[in-house]
Every structure is written in structure tokens, then in C-alpha cells.
Design a binder for this molecule. Sequence first.
Ligand code: NAP
Length: 398
Amino acid sequence: MTPMVHRLILFLSMMMKYQCDAFFSIPSRSGFKRSEISSNAKYTTLLSAAQSTGDGGPTEFPSASAGKLEELKQEERRLASMLATIRRQKLAVLKARPLTIGIIGFGRFGQFIAKSFAKYGSVIGSSRTDYTHVTNEIGIKFVPLSALESLVVDEDLDVIVIAVSIVSFEETVKELVPHLQKRMEVKGRDSCPLIVDVASVKEHPRKILLENLPEECDICCTHPMFGPDSAARGWDGLTFVYEKTRINKIILDGVAEGPSTNYFDNDDITTIEGMDRVERFLSIWEEEGCRMIPMSCRDHDAFAANSQFITHLVGRILGAQGLSSTPIDTKGFQSVLKLIENTNADSFDLFFGLYKFNKNSGYTIGSLRGALDDVVGELLRRDGVVGVFDNGNRRKSD
Ligand code: NAP
């Protein structure tokens, strides 16, 4: 073989190897490269590894011997029964020391949450409007907002939930502060109830609460991602977002779970009591079946602009078109009408609050406009219309 022929063969074999590698490196559905599963032995090893990556598979292959399935089912029943016992104990602990919860802002949402809270403790509603007919129906007490001092100082409140509109949130907190201070003067510095907000935006109330409340007041910022319409049949499976914002003067770093507990001196009784109180409050939602999501207020607002706000925006836009049912409604159109009904049932104050107090909402509006232009532009292009978004607006043929 001449050196020339030898080099040619070497070159061709390198090219073939390169082509094969390129082909086999196309990722497979399991995430492994095909080149990694070229032999049976290797494949079995990789499959076990894939099973243990947490992709829904067990951590190791159980043996498939006779009786194994029954054994696993027994174990499953044992764990389910343990879980049921723990849940019963949790409920018993919660009910053994029921919370007294004041709700400031007894409108649509305040009333809605009061009905469930009343199953677990004492509830007192407070609002500008007289809602005694509603509180009587639920079987709870009503204190007018004009008597806020009496609610805050005289009542033995563990928690105050602020459920006023987003636009009136700051003003309400500022009115509340002197009464909290008076309560602490009268009843001791550690007597401030846990302050909870339920507003549909999160960074704004977090900032207002941290800037205005006395540092002794613990804060939990929450957003139940549902309301009287979407949760008409109960809260089971519905999402509840929360951030334990401040406990015993320690501002948590925007993450409700995990490392935050390391900040605490776990022997400090004020901290233990504070954590216990926030857990009791969160347990109410948990017991009602909510999907509990710890999340920073910042992350909440970023997600909500592109989910909740856009839903309300589209519902309002479609509602403004005056659409109504026809004799030939498709399922899709029925969903559109439902969206209009649900989003327009909420107050315009709420919708405005979603826009005004979430810094990401303006961007969402901009991208919706852009997307509308893109889609309509594509229709017009196919239809032979040019210059529609400049002043031309003429057909090619004109
Ligand atoms: P809203 O229009 O946002 O708020 C109405 C409530 O705000 C009423 O209690 C009203 O009291 C009070 N309010 C309005 N202006 C006030 C002012 N200047 N001073 C004191 N109170 C004032 O409707 P909403 O649906 O009831 O929502 C309440 C809160 O819950 C909002 O923060 C909202 O983001 C949050 N949220 C609502 C839903 C929902 O599905 N609706 C879901 C999750 C969270 P009066 O009735 O006495 O005037």
C-alpha cells in the first residue's frame, strides 16, 4: 500500500467515525446520547441510572419475584395510614388552639375567606360598609372600620388579614399602625398580631408592610390564586402562594422555606411562638386542600403578570367587545364567555391594582399588542395587503 493510499483510507475511516458519532449524539428521549447506549450492558446501566434521576421512576429496580407486588401494596397502605394519622393529629393541634382572626376589608374576597376561617377559629370582620347582615349569616362578629381601634386594641386577635383593595392597601396600613402601637403599649411589645396580606400583587404590599409596621409585627404575604368564582366548589387543589416575610424582627430573604429557618435562634420563645402562629394560619389553607407554594413576592409578580394579569386583561378586552351567547356556540366560545364572566365579576379596582402595582404588567400589555400585530400582520400578508401598520393601508393591486 502506498503512503498516499494509506492516508486516503485513514481519512475515509475518520470521516465515517465522525458521521456515526454525529448521528449517535442526537439526544434520545431519555436525555442520553445514542452513542452512550451502543451496547446492551451499557444500556441496562444507563436505564437504571435514568430510573434513579427522579424522573418518576423508583430509585432502584425492585425484584419482580412473585408476591413482590402485594408486599409493595401493603407498604403503600401502611404509609397511607401513617399519613392519615399525622393529618388527623395536625388538625387536632390546630383546633386545640384556635386562632382569632380579624379581617379588615370585608368585601367580596374578605367574606369569601371568612366562611372557611370560621370552621377553624373565631373571625371578626371589619369594613367601611356595614356588613352585619353577612357576618350574622356566617355567625361571626362585625366591627365597623370606624371603630378600628377597638378591633385592634380590645379584641384578642392572633392574626389580622388585610383584604382591602390593592389601591387602598397603603392607606389602610397607615391607618392601622397607630392602633397596633397602642395595642403594644397596653398589652406588651410582643402582643402584635401576625399581619397577613392577601393582595393579588405581592411586591407592593410587602414593601408597604415592611416600611410601615412596627418591627415587632410578624408579616406573612400571601396570594390565594382563586376567588369566589373559581373556588365556588371549595379550595381543594387550588394554589396558595405565600412568603413568610418577617418573624420576630428577622426579615426573611424572600424565600418562605428552607434555609430561612437557619437564621433563627430556635430556643427563642418569641421565635417559636411566631413560627407556630404563622404555621397555624397556613394550616387552615392546607386543611382546606390548597396546593401550598412558598414563593418570594418578587417571583410571584413575575409569574403573575404573564398568567393572572394577562387572563384579566384578555377577559376585559373581550368583555369590552360585548360578546354574548349565540345559538351555535362552540365549546371554545363557551370558554371565552366564561372567561369574560369570571374576570368581569371582580372589581375594576382589583384589575387596576394588578396593572398599577405589578411592575411587570406594562411589559405584558406591550407584548400582547406586539403579538396581536404579528398575528394580524400575517393574515394581511397572506391576503396580499401591504403597509397596514404604516399609513399606507393599501392592497398591492391598488
Ligand atoms: P377589591 O375591589 O379589590 O376590594 C374590595 C375591598 O376593599 C372591600 O372590602 C372594600 O371595603 C375595601 N376598600 C376599598 N377601598 C377602601 C378604602 N379606601 N379604605 C378601606 N377599605 C377599602 O375586591 P375584592 O375581590 O374583595 O379583593 C380584596 C383583596 O383580595 C384585594 O387585595 C385582592 O387583590 C385580593 N384577592 C382577591 C381575589 C378575588 O378573587 N376577588 C383573589 C385573591 C386575592 P368596603 O366594601 O367596606 O367598601
